[in-house]
Design a binder for this molecule. Structure first.
Ligand SMILES: NC(=O)c1ccc[n+]([C@@H]2O[C@H](COP(=O)([O-])OP(=O)(O)OC[C@H]3O[C@@H](n4cnc5c(N)ncnc54)[C@H](O)[C@@H]3O)[C@@H](O)[C@H]2O)c1
Length: 252
C-alpha cells in the first residue's frame, strides 16, 4: 500500500495491453482509476474492483472532444476530481508496416489523429481538474522510435516524436500551475496488441533485442514502476522529461 495520499488517475487505452498493466499497478498502490478506452473499459474496471480497487470504466474515443469531456465528467462524478492523466491510448499494434511512400494520406492522418490529437484533447479536457488538484500530473506514453528512427512506420515515428515535443511545450506552460508533464518512452513491448498481431515475429530482432543492453524481450510489467515514479509525490520537481524504459536500447 502507498503511504502517499491516493490520487485519481485517468489512463486512456487502459482496458488492455500496457495501459491495463499501468491500471493494475496504480490500483495496487491505492489510487482511484478511471479506465478510458474504445472498448472493454467497463470489463477491465470490473476486474480491478473484484481485486479490491476503486475503479470505473468509460467508453471513450480520445479523438472525440465530446467523449473526452464525458470522460472527465465521469471521473469527477465518481471520485470528486482528477489528479493525473496518463495519455496511453495509441495506434501502433494494428498498423501495417510499409515504406513511407506507400503510406496513404488517410493512414498518416489517422495515426496523427489518435496519437497526437488524442493526448491534446485529453489534456484540455482534464486541465480544469488538474488545476483544482494542485498536484496535477500528465504522463504521455511516447516511444523510443523517434530516437531510433526505424523504417516502415514513418507515420508512427513522427507521431511519437510529436508526443515528446508536446510534453516539453506543455511542461513549460503548466509548471506555474503546479502541473508536471513527462513522457515514458517504452522500447518494443510484448503487449496484448503486439501478441494478437504477431508483431513480435514480423518486426525483426532489431526492434526487439538487438542493441539492447539487457538482452531479453520487454513486457508491460517493465514499465509500471516508471509511471508510478512520475505520478508519485517525490517526482514533483521533475518535468518536461522523457524516460526511456527499454532495457538500455537508447541513451537519452
Ligand atoms: N507495444 C509496444 O511495443 C510499444 C512501444 C512503445 C510505445 N508504445 C505505446 O504504448 C501505448 C500502448 O501500447 P500497447 O502496445 O499496449 O497497445 P495495444 O494496441 O495493446 O492497446 C492500445 C489500447 O488503446 C486503445 N485505443 C486505441 N485507440 C483508441 C482511441 N482512439 N481512444 C481510446 N482508446 C484507444 C485500444 O482499444 C487498446 O485498449 C501506445 O501509445 C503505444 O504507441 C507501445
Amino acid at each position: 500500500m502507498n503511504s502517499e495520499q491516493p490520487k485519481t488517475i485517468i489512463v486512456t487505452g487502459g482496458a488492455s495491453g500496457i495501459g491495463y498493466a499501468f491500471c493494475e499497478h496504480l490500483a495496487d498502490l491505492g489510487h482511484s482509476i478511471v479506465i478510458a478506452d474504445l472498448k472493454g473499459a467497463s470489463e477491465a474496471a470490473d476486474k480491478l474492483r473484484v481485486a479490491g480497487a476503486k475503479a470505473i470504466g468509460v467508453t471513450c474515443d480520445v479523438v472525440s472532444e465530446d467523449d473526452v469531456k464525458a470522460m472527465a465528467a465521469a471521473a469527477v462524478e465518481a471520485f470528486g476530481g482528477i489528479d493525473v492523466l496518463v495519455n496511453n491510448a495509441g495506434l501502433f499494434t494494428t498498423l501495417a508496416l510499409k515504406p513511407f511512400d506507400q503510406i496513404t494520406n488517410a493512414e498518416w492522418m489517422r495515426v496523427m489523429e489518435v496519437n497526437t490529437l488524442g493526448p491534446f484533447n485529453c489534456a484540455k479536457a482534464v486541465l480544469p481538474q488538474l488545476l483544482r488538484s494542485g498536484r496535477g500530473r500528465i504522463v504521455n506514453i511516447a516511444s523510443t522510435v523517434p530516437i531510433k528512427g526505424p523504417p516502415n512506420m514513418a507515420h508512427y515515428v513522427a507521431s511519437k516524436g510529436a508526443v515528446i515535443a508536446f510534453t516539453r511545450s506543455l511542461a513549460r506552460e503548466l509548471a506555474k500551475d503546479k502541473i508536471t508533464v513527462n513522457s515514458i518512452a517504452p522500447g518494443f513491448t510484448l503487449s496484448d496488441g503486439v501478441l494478437q498481431a504477431d508483431l513480435q515475429n514480423r518486426i525483426g530482432d532489431n526492434a526487439r533485442t538487438t542493441g539492447r543492453c539487457i538482452q531479453r524481450d520487454q513486457v508491460p510489467a517493465d514499465l509500471v514502476a516508471a509511471l508510478a515514479y512520475f505520478v508519485g509525490d517525490g517526482a514533483g520537481f521533475v518535468t518536461g522529461q522523457t524516460l526511456a524504459v527499454d532495457g538500455g536500447g537508447v541513451f537519452l
